[in-house]
Design a protein around this ligand. Structure first.
Ligand SMILES: Nc1ncnc2c1ncn2[C@@H]1O[C@H](COP(=O)(O)OP(=O)(O)O)[C@@H](O)[C@H]1O
Ligand SMILES: [Mg+2]
Length: 208
C-alpha cells in the first residue's frame, strides 16, 4: 500500500479536484483506492455523496484517527490518497509524514507560489518525492508555465512534468460527483489527467 498526500496551504488551487481525479484514474487502472478526506470542509466526502457507485472509497479522518485509518486500509487498499485542508493545519503535517509521494498543487499565480515555501517546509526530509503540480494554467499561455517552473525550481522544489490547464470539464464533473475522465473521456482535461496519472504511477513504482 502506498500513500499520496495532496497538500498546499493556499485554498482553491485544486487540491480536492486533483485528489479525486487521481483516485478515479487509479481505480480505472485496477487499483483498490481509499481516499482519506482530512479537510473539515469535506469537499471530497460531499463529492462522494453526489457520486453514484462506491469507488473510490472515501472516509473522513482527523490527524488523531489517521494511524488507525491507515492500519485498517493495509491489506485492503493498494493506494491511499489523502486530501488536506488549506491554511495552517495539524492535518497537513500528519498527512505529509505518512506519504510516499507529496503533490503540491499550485496555480501559476503569485499568491499560491508565495505560499509554497510554507508547504515545502512541511515536507523537509521528503525531498525526493515532493512535486509541485501546476493546475489551472491558461490553455493559451505556455509562457506562464515556463515562468512558474523557474519560480518553483528557484525554491529548490521540483515540478511534475505534466501540467493541468484550466478546463471547464473539471467543474462540470464535480457537480455530478465525477471526474473529467468520466464526463468527458475524450477531452483535453481527461488526457492531461491520464498523463499525470501515468507519471504518478511511475513515481510510486520508483519509491517501492
Ligand atoms: N484544472 C482546472 N480547471 C478548471 N477548474 C478547476 C481546475 N481544477 C480545479 N478547478 C475548480 O477550482 C475550484 C477549486 O478547486 P478545489 O479542488 O476545491 O481546490 P482546493 O481543494 O485546493 O481548495 C473548484 O470549483 C474546482 O472545480
Ligand atoms: Mg479542498
Amino acid at each position: 500500500m502506498q500513500v499520496i498526500t495532496i497538500a498546499m496551504q493556499k485554498g482553491g488551487v485544486g487540491k480536492s479536484t486533483l485528489a479525486r481525479s487521481l483516485a478515479v484514474a487509479a481505480v480505472r487502472d485496477g487499483l483498490s483506492v481509499l481516499m482519506i478526506d482530512m479537510d473539515s470542509q469535506q469537499s471530497v466526502s460531499q463529492w462522494a455523496e453526489r457520486r453514484e457507485g462506491d469507488m473510490p472509497v472515501v472516509v473522513f479522518s482527523t490527524e488523531n484517527e489517521l494511524p488507525k485509518k491507515l492500519a485498517q486500509a493495509k491489506g485492503a487498499a493498494d493506494l491511499v490518497i489523502i486530501d488536506t485542508p488549506p491554511a495552517r493545519s495539524t492535518e497537513a503535517p500528519a498527512a505529509v509524514e505518512v506519504a510516499d509521494l507529496v503533490l503540491i498543487p499550485t496555480t501559476p499565480d503569485v499568491e499560491p507560489l508565495e505560499q509554497m515555501p510554507r508547504t515545502l517546509r512541511l515536507c523537509r526530509g521528503f525531498s525526493r518525492r515532493v512535486f509541485a503540480v501546476v493546475n489551472m494554467a491558461n490553455p493559451t499561455g505556455p509562457a506562464e508555465v515556463a515562468y512558474t517552473r523557474e519560480v518553483i525550481e528557484a525554491m529548490g522544489a521540483k515540478m511534475a512534468p505534466v501540467v493541468l490547464h484550466r478546463r471547464k470539464a473539471h467543474r462540470d464533473a464535480s457537480a455530478s460527483g465525477q471526474t473529467v475522465q468520466e464526463v468527458d473521456p475524450n477531452g483535453k482535461a481527461a488526457a492531461e489527467v491520464a498523463n499525470l496519472w501515468a507519471w504518478v504511477r511511475a513515481e510510486l513504482q520508483g519509491s517501492k
